[in-house]
Write a protein that binds this ligand. Sequence first.
Ligand SMILES: [Fe+2]
Length: 170
Amino acid sequence: MKIESMEDLFLEQIEDLYDAEKRLVKALPKMAEASTSQSLRQAIQSHLMETEGQVSRLESIFRTLGKSAKGQTCDAMKGLISEGEDMISDTNPSALRDAGIIACANRVEHYEIAAYGSARTFAQTLGLREASSLLDQTLQEEKAADQKLTQLAESMVNEEALRSPATSKR
Ligand SMILES: [Fe+2]
């Protein structure tokens, strides 16, 4: 699609996010299942439910624009998810793996925070109030998810990972 106006640019961003979120809905259950910490697993599962809601919000935005919901391959999210899959296959089920999963998930959240921040600003510029408010709700969820992950890493997972047998020097 040739981008020739702010409207085109906004739509392109929403299509990219739509693809990104749908990929994440498929990937998060695998990340939850691979986690060994109960609190990490719960955090990922609750973000999965939020992510499903975020997909619906994007669908609402397509509706307000009078466009049909369609995604446009998000290469960045594809890459981030693939790094998460590598992390899982390169580690044994352990706190070390959990720490690695959090590092990958934080990258995902930061990518989304950047994308939703830009999209919300574009919506504001275009005077699309409803879209802007929907994007802001998701942005706040992504920020909270990022903080929750960081908190989990700092409060327990990293310390446990340090004691994990795979890293002990004998
Ligand atoms: Fe999201």
